[in-house]
Design a binder for this molecule. Structure first.
Ligand code: ATP
Ligand code: MG
Length: 287
């Protein structure tokens, strides 16, 4: 479990010593959201970013998409400063579907805004709706879909641009446990078919271990990379009970114990030194 590992091949995404402070009007101090963050992401890899609330996961993902820039340091995607566009699929936690458009038209929107003709838009939208199991709902409106179906539509909308990079911010957080498990399998299958780089921000340690080749664990205040872990479970992970393997169980327990310690030792956390089990563990570690 080596920190800030650098791959041999040239990385698809390179983050070097990135710092970001959000200034608030009238506040004496800004929020130090990211501080000295560095990592590389290999081509065709599935990477998750995990860590307690407020450790800068969303800020980092928005930087990879070019939506915000670092105060200092560099973010390079394919060796260049990133810019938003169809090559960068972004899935928001809150679906962000347009209620007045049909599902097909929501999905086609990604291409429409880039001047692609109506026929091609509709054909491609149907192709990706089919991929996420929503072909029959092409003419429905978002309000007629369940939460899981809306999430699938949001995924199709990101995939239609055939992104080389798929960036997802807690895409399954609003789903019930069962739908979320099915969606995890869908994500694995789509990634296997589509390839490219996937960067997933998730609060679920299970989800991170199940889906990822690499996990970037962050600590909060300021947001820093705590550790980068490789997940060596063989693919495809839907073809066997990956969650029952000793590797999965050990990694899940390790990550969860580190996150618990971070939260229990954060004075700004509502769980700060409250849970006796965590306090005991934290005290032992802090000596
Ligand atoms: N636009 C902003 N203005 C001011 N502060 C911000 C802004 N965006 C983020 N922050 C602050 O930066 C820190 C990191 O925020 P960020 O949203 O990246 O965390 P996160 O890890 O995604 O948290 P969560 O798990 O709760 O989604 C937080 O303290 C947050 O309050
Ligand atoms: Mg977030």
């Amino acid at each position: 479990m080596e920190s800030n590992s650098v791959s041999d091949e040239s990385p698809a995404i390179s983050v070097r010593n990135v710092t970001k402070t959000f200034r608030r009007p009238k506040a004496a101090h800004g929020v130090n959201a990211l501080d000295g963050v560095s990592f590389d992401i290999r081509a065709n890899s599935f990477v998750s970013i995990v860590g307690p609330s407020g450790c800068g996961k969303t800020t980092l993902l928005r930087m990879l998409n070019g939506l915000i820039r670092p105060d200092s340091g560099d973010v390079l995607v394919d060796g260049a400063v990133p810019t938003p566009g169809p090559h960068m699929g972004f899935v928001f936690q809150s679906f962000r579907l347009m209620p007045w458009r049909t599902i097909r038209s929501n999905v086609a929107f990604t291409l429409e805004v880039h001047g692609v003709g109506a026929k091609e838009c509709a054909e491609k939208a149907d192709y990706y709706l089919n991929m996420v199991g929503l072909r029959r709902f092409a003419h429905s409106y978002p309000a007629e879909l369940s939460g899981g179906m809306k999430q699938c539509a949001a995924l199709a909308r990101a995939l239609i641009g055939q992104p080389r990079y798929l960036l997802m911010d807690e895409p399954l957080a609003n789903l019930d446990a069962q739908t979320s498990e099915f969606m995890q399998i869908e994500l694995m299958k789509i990634w296997r078919k589509h390839r490219g780089v996937v960067v997933l921000v998730t609060h679920s340690v299970d989800e991170a271990v199940l889906l990822s080749d690499q996990i970037i664990l962050m600590n909060p205040r300021p947001g820093r990379v705590a550790e980068i872990l490789d997940v060596k479970l063989p693919h495809p992970r839907w073809s066997y009970d990956a969650r029952a393997t000793p590797e999965f169980i050990a990694m899940r327990a390790y990550l969860w114990s580190r996150i618990k310690r971070m939260v229990a030792s954060d004075p700004e956390s509502e769980f700060y030194l409250r849970d006796e089990a965590i306090v005991g563990e934290t005290a032992a570690i802090q000596g």
